[in-house]
Design a protein around this ligand. Structure first.
Ligand code: SAM
Ligand code: SF4
Length: 338
């Protein structure tokens, strides 16, 4: 395990239909198409109370112990991490820990501009934004918020601040934004971005996921190859989730993350810490390991270390998406920390 994803809040200011849909229409965005809808009822939205959320000191301790065990890369996520008060203080604490090679954050970008410089000065070097559409109306339909302008401004600002690379992620859903694949790639080419297309995964609180809504990575690639001259980018990191492609005459890059159609579980080197202090060894874990009670008990660093090691030994061999034994986790992506 080299990569620890730390969720700093389960709250969010967006309501993406593939994550935390708000309206009935978004909850049901696909349902009208399938008469015999087999999925269970949507997950009720419930924020964790503040006292259950790990403090900065608790997160710092966990990160330090995890780094002692071999973790090299920390990504702050959520929910929307920009909603966590004084996030810059956490970044400062984490960036001071010896042994971290990479400190990054994933954000929807809406509030990034307010604190961007502060976060960079505190030690944040890399950022990934989520942007699923370049069409204002479609963006609003997907995220539940009229925020495209703010996100575009954040992307530009992150580049100006020298964050490198600035990545942008789009979840592709058939019939929702798949018609924008080429224009999103063109945007990446023009703006010299590292752009990731991600397959829609069954982690939405609406439980609206259907296999038919997944646009397979292979289809995304075929379409992009028709339009652009792309060459594969070689990687010596077997745990990398994206297959990457470079454009001719540009530093821009396309990555395709296809966990549903081309699972990479065997190479996974990630673990997750939820905002309420649970260790998850897989996005699709149905079991969580309660670290918070140990942190708030009298566990020593050695005991926390052992807890981590024991949890990692229980890491799932693979996900079972699309198979009869698959069980969607009780919590949505926004609570797990994507
Ligand atoms: N709020 C931040 C954001 O949206 O970037 C960070 C947290 S979000 C849960 C992290 C990533 O998970 C985002 O890139 C988002 O697009 C992705 N995501 C959320 N739900 C997903 C789903 N059902 N399938 C695939 N990706 C998903
Ligand atoms: Fe919020 Fe990110 Fe989930 Fe969208 S994907 S609802 S921005 S946590």
């Amino acid at each position: 395990m080299r990569d620890l994803r730390v969720s700093v809040t389960d709250r969010c200011n967006f309501r993406c239909m593939y994550c935390l849909p708000e309206t009935e229409a978004a909850h049901n965005f696909y349902r009208g198409r399938w008469a015999n809808f087999p999925n269970p009822a949507p997950i009720a939205r419930q924020w964790q109370s503040h006292e259950k959320i790990l403090t900065f000191e608790e997160i710092e301790r966990v990160v330090r112990i995890a780094v002692g065990l071999g973790i090299e890369k920390i990504r702050l996520t959520g929910g929307e991490p920009m909603l966590r008060q004084e996030l810059e203080k956490l970044i400062e604490k984490i960036s001071r820990i010896d042994g971290i090679k990479d400190l990054a954050m994933t954000s929807n970008g809406y509030l990034f501009a307010k604190k961007a410089k502060m976060l960079r000065d505190a030690g944040l070097r890399r950022i990934s934004f989520s942007m699923d559409s370049l069409d204002r109306e479609n963006f609003k339909k997907i995220t539940g918020r009229d925020g495209l302008t703010e996100v575009l401004e954040s992307i530009e600002l992150a580049r100006q601040l020298g964050m490198n690379p600035v990545k942008v992620n789009a979840v592709v859903i058939r019939g929702i934004n798949d018609h924008e694949i080429e224009s999103l790639a063109e945007f990446a080419r023009q703006q010299q971005l590292k752009f990731r297309f991600i397959e829609f995964m069954p982690l939405d609180s609406g439980r609206a996921w259907q296999k038919d809504l997944v646009v397979k990575g292979s289809e995304i690639l075929q379409r992009l190859q028709k339009r652009f001259s792309l060459s594969p980018v070689k990687s010596d990191n077997a745990s990398e989730t994206a297959k990457r492609w470079g454009f001719a005459n540009s530093n821009a890059e396309i990555g395709i993350i296809a966990p549903v159609s081309e699972p990479f579980c065997g190479h996974c080197n990630r673990i997750r810490l939820t905002a309420d202090g649970k260790v998850r060894t897989c996005l699709f874990s149905v079991v969580e390991h309660d670290l918070r009670s140990h942190l708030r008990g009298d566990a020593s660093d050695e005991q926390i270390k052992k807890f981590f090691v024991d949890a990692v030994w229980q890491k799932e061999p693979r996900h079972y998406i699309g198979e009869p034994q698959f069980k969607q986790p009780e919590r949505s992506m926004s609570c797990i920390g994507g």
